[in-house]
Write a protein that binds this ligand. Structure first.
Ligand code: PEP
Ligand code: MN
Length: 339
């Protein structure tokens, strides 16, 4: 937006318009009571290079474009994106994507048991960590490549697409070979090298919001992924750090409708890591459906007490069918059915 001085003459206004039009942007002249403003809609880069501030009659140039570009819902990308991810429709407001499974692949038996339970109870995809981003280096780090083989078997057994995290660029090819959706975890949301590697694989990416990241930073992180191969990116609100310590993180439910206003990308919610307590997972999942999330990603275990990671927040597999039914009933109120 170019704001002219109150004294600017018509020839000075015309000169700015001519200069702007030469760059190919769409120009709108808005005469006001005191000053005239000139709107330029298009690539801000070209406009920045014009040096309009130095022209006669120009008071100031105000950039009103958003810091995130590819993820933005704007004139270039006006509709919510609808992705086909391994045959599941994600985004677009007609479906609800239910991603369920263990926090971590701990063994073949444990993973296949949970995979079977969630497939039977109704799920869109199976989650399971092979490479785990643990806060302490002394905690169980995941089975790594061996877990990928188990996840491959779980997909063959259930037909569910696999969601699993990439924590390090050196595992990129191995992970991409097996998983259908590459997860980038909260702790790596601003690992720009990893975002570029994840994006370059050309596979759908599930990008989780950083523990202390703003939603604008999340969208700029999504830009890093989109810039590589423009593969589907699904955003995930998984709770943020606040002064509150009663829950593991504070689930920022307002982020979902805010993101819906500002990005074309689908948005899902992780109630498990946000709550850290399985008793809160169903209410938060229903809330996610109510605020318009495109789905949830939730942790399930046969025997959470024995889990090597995140036991207290994992739902019992035996409770999963009822849980899924309740959440999908809420999604159905918004016209969404299981993806
Ligand atoms: C996970 O989903 O396995 C996980 C580690 O979540 P987050 O990155 O949100 O902590
Ligand atoms: Mn977990």
């Amino acid at each position: 937006m170019v704001v002219m001085t109150p004294e600017a003459t018509q020839p000075q206004i015309d000169a700015v318009v001519t200069k702007l039009e030469a760059t190919g942007v769409h120009v709108v002249v808005m005469p006001g009571e005191l000053t005239t403003a000139i709107g330029a809609i298009g690539d801000p880069e070209g406009v920045r290079e014009l040096g309009l501030e130095g022209m006669a009659g120009v008071d100031r140039v105000v950039e009103i474009s958003r810091p995130y570009k590819l993820a933005s819902i704007d004139l270039a990308h006006q509709e919510p994106s609808v992705f086909d991810i391994a045959g599941r429709t994600v985004g677009g407001g007609k479906t609800f994507c239910l991603i369920a499974g263990p926090c971590t692949v701990e063994s073949r038996e444990q993973t296949l048991a949970v995979a079977g339970a969630v497939a039977e109870g109704g799920a869109s995809m199976l989650r399971g960590g092979a490479f785990k981003p643990r806060t302490s280096p002394f905690s169980f780090q995941g089975l790594g490549a061996a877990a990928l083989d188990i996840l491959r078997e779980a997909r063959e057994a259930t037909g569910l697409p696999i969601v699993s995290e990439l924590t390090d660029a050196q595992h990129a090819d191995a992970v991409a070979e097996v998983v259908d959706v590459i997860q980038v975890g909260a702790r790596n949301m601003q690992n720009y090298g990893l975002l570029q590697v994840a994006g370059s694989l050309g596979k759908p990416v599930l990008l989780k919001r950083g523990l202390s990241s703003t939603v604008e930073e999340l969208l700029m992180a999504a830009d890093y992924v989109l810039k590589e191969a423009n593969a589907p990116v699904v955003l995930c609100e998984r709770g943020i750090r606040t002064f509150e310590t009663a829950t593991r993180f504070t689930l920022d439910l307002s982020a979902i409708p805010w993101l819906k206003l500002h990005t074309h990308l689908p948005v899902i919610v992780d109630p498990s890591h946000a709550a850290g307590d399985r008793r809160l997972v169903e209410p938060l999942s229903r809330a996610a459906a109510a605020v318009g999330a495109d789905g949830i990603i939730v942790e399930i275990a046969e025997d959470p007490e024995a889990a090597l990671c995140d036991g207290p927040q994992q739902l019992y597999a035996r409770d999963y069918p009822e849980f899924a039914e309740h959440v999908l009933a809420h999604a159905a109120l918004g016209g969404r059915r299981l993806a």
